[in-house]
Design a protein around this ligand. Structure first.
Ligand code: 5GP
Ligand code: ZN
Length: 113
């Protein structure tokens, strides 16, 4: 675990959260400040700061994040109407938490930023 990383603490079960999914590679939970009726974060269990730090051998892991997002979209009944997957990277990307995470947003019509 990376020291003082809030998402590493969530993976380790040391931080209260609405856990929705966890396997050996990834963890998913509800965003604490939802901007859509469904707003879920899907993260790798291993600390990767951002897409800038992801290595070529992490490609399967990054693909798995999307697979779990799709599974959760089906569980949330938003798959048919559609949803948005977002990864923010760095300052200009609006990244606030530096443990890579995929936002799953849906449940309302989303306008382009
Ligand atoms: P970013 O801007 O880095 O892509 O998004 C970080 C997201 O993490 C934000 O949407 C924020 O609401 C969420 N977040 C920050 N701290 C916590 C927390 O302690 N628990 C949960 N569930 N979400 C958090
Ligand atoms: Zn972390």
């Amino acid at each position: 675990m990376t020291q003082n990383c809030i998402f590493c603490k969530i993976v380790a079960g040391e931080m209260p959260t609405t856990l929705l999914y966890q396997d050996e590679q990834v963890t998913a939970f509800r965003d604490i400040h939802p901007v859509a009726p469904t707003h879920i974060l899907i993260i790798p269990n291993r600390h990767i700061a951002s897409t800038n730090e992801a290595a070529p051998e992490d490609e399967a892991l990054l693909g798995h994040l999307i697979g779990v997002a799709r599974l959760l979209a089906e569980r949330e009944n938003i798959a048919a109407n559609g949803y948005r997957l977002v990864i923010n990277t760095g300052a200009d990307g609006g990244q606030v938490v530096f443990h890579l995470h995929l936002h799953l947003l849906g449940g309302r019509k989303l306008v382009h930023p």
